[in-house]
Design a protein around this ligand. Structure first.
Ligand code: SAH
Ligand code: SF4
Ligand code: F3S
Length: 471
């Protein structure tokens, strides 16, 4: 069972939150304005959820928030290590901040999360980005108040990237911007060690929160007006394996389904090898669980799947999908695909296209393989050239775009329940929301509908979204 960070350790952090708050109040009284913090998140929902914790702690410590680099007193980047371009973006931003800090030396720059949990990255930051004041990894998140306080009172870079061997910190304040929907982490870490992936190295071993902790969080969210809950974990199907009780993820979603006031439950991510019949039944039977499943297959060739250490074959995967479709006929399916794993040939890639054509996913998230230092796949030589890999990637999108459009066309004429998220980016008279299967729906309507469920008749389908009219 995962060890909890002790009450004393949490209390220590609370005392630093109070120290920061006193200083911030003094600063506001002297300067006529509150100190401002800026946070930016790279990476997955897990990281977004962690940033909500960071913002919660900053808010309690008396910071206000800004999105303007030039006004921020504290900048914290919560980083991702899953692909190289995520890391390059952060290094690019740090270069820009260096110039800003030259004119405002009192500014505090912090980098946290998955990327800096890798020692070679933290070494590079120390070497090349001396203007960074604070570096903390995924395991040190709960210690941010103390580390920030130290960074504000010392000259050198404060660094904490120690591995905690799987601890869980409860009772960290959170600042969520969206009232109607929320992410709730049910477990942390990953034990799968897919050969291309850095996540198990930067997030540590799998550890589950207790059902009580999850349910208490859900109930509190509902009491504040939230009705859509997305349960998060790198591999939610392993939920509960490390707990001293007889519970698995299927049991957990049934418990969340029974919480009064919850209208929609989503979850991610499921690993195909652990997708149980019990979970399929739970999705089918629970009224509030959205009929939607994200099931990454990564590659279609059995040879590549083996080298990826995915522990299933193409046939196993297709069989699971058939089971799901049979049990839940209206299920909306999505997946992750990697193109250009080092040993992948054009013939292997054809197998990936074959899976797309057979399953007909509603949408896919596709990535070109990115070499991650320290992973087993990093030692492999490439069979295909960059050009061939990009060509395959384009073909993948071509095949899938046609399928996605066709799947969306099926929605035309239907009436869908949509939770209104906000106004569309392109037009302020157009609202945007998601239907139960998570497709984006755009329609004309008044801003006062944001946060509400409404019925929308779908009138037009695009590849990536639907248009409709309120009924
Ligand atoms: N735990 C989830 C998600 C992990 S990261 C899962 O197992 O599905 C999200 C996606 O990033 C993965 O599904 C994979 O498709 C992709 N990914 C991970 N490592 C990668 C790498 N080195 N290069 C390219 N894509 C990668
Ligand atoms: Fe990475 Fe595989 Fe774990 Fe997903 S299951 S986080 S791809 S190692
Ligand atoms: Fe990236 Fe870390 Fe998520 S590496 S994908 S932010 S777990």
């Amino acid at each position: 069972m995962a060890k909890l960070i002790t009450d004393e350790q949490i209390a220590e952090q609370k005392s630093y939150i109070m120290k920061l708050k006193e200083e911030n109040m003094r600063y506001a009284a002297e300067n006529g304005h509150t100190r401002l913090a800026l946070t930016k998140t790279y990476g997955c929902q897990q990281n977004e959820n962690d940033t909500e914790r960071i913002r919660g702690m900053l808010e309690e410590a008396g910071f206000d928030f800004t999105e303007d680099d030039n006004k921020a007193d504290v900048v914290i980047y919560n980083t991702c290590a899953v692909r190289e371009n995520a890391e390059q973006k952060v290094f690019g931003r740090l270069g820009i901040l260096k110039h800003i800090k030259e004119s405002r030396p009192e500014m505090i720059i912090g980098v946290c999360g998955c990327m800096v949990q890798q020692e070679h990255i933290t070494e590079k930051i120390k070497r090349v980005h001396e203007h960074v004041d604070l570096v903390f990894g995924t395991h040190a998140l709960y210690k941010m108040p103390k580390l920030l306080f130290e960074a504000m009172h010392s000259k050198g870079t404060v660094i904490d990237i120690e591995d905690s061997d799987g601890m869980i910190a409860e009772d960290i304040p959170m600042k969520r911007d969206d009232v109607s929907k929320a992410w709730v982490s049910v477990m942390y870490g990953c034990n799968n060690f897919c050969s291309y992936c850095i996540v198990p190295y930067v997030r540590g071993r799998e550890r589950s929160r207790t059902p009580e902790a999850v349910l208490n969080e859900v109930k509190e969210l509902v009491s504040k007006g939230c009705s859509e809950i997305s349960l998060l974990g790198q591999n939610v199907n392993s939920y509960g394996k490390d707990l001293d009780m007889d519970i698995d993820f299927a049991d957990l979603i049934r418990m969340v389904n029974d919480v009064e006031g919850v209208k929609r439950i989503r979850f991610m991510t499921s690993h195909p090898k652990d997708l149980s019949d019990k979970l399929i039944d739970a999705i089918a039977e629970c009224d509030n669980v959205c009929k939607q499943l994200h099931l990454p297959f990564q590659a279609g060739s059995d040879k590549i799947l083996k080298e990826m250490n995915r522990k299933y074959t193409k046939a196993d995967y297709l069989e699971k999908i058939e089971k799901v479709k049979k049990a839940i006929p209206n299920i909306s399916l999505s997946t992750d695909v990697i193109v250009g794993f080092p040993t992948e040939t054009n013939e292997d890639f054809e197998e990936t296209l074959d899976v797309l054509r057979k399953v007909e996913f509603d949408n896919i998230f596709s990535f070109i393989y990115s070499r991650r230092e320290g992973t087993p796949a990093a030692k492999l030589d490439f069979v295909l050239t960059d050009e061939e890999i990009h060509h395959n990637f384009d073909r993948l999108l071509e095949v899938q775009n046609e399928i996605s459009k066709r799947k969306n066309d099926e929605y035309v004429g239907r009436i869908e329940r949509v939770l209104v998220d906000g106004v569309s980016k392109n037009d302020e008279n157009t609202l945007s929301g998601r239907c139960d299967s998570s497709k984006i729906v755009n329609f004309k309507g008044d801003k006062s509908l944001i946060g509400k469920y409404i019925n929308v008749k779908i009138t037009q389908a695009h590849t990536w979204s639907l248009n409709g009219e309120i009924v």
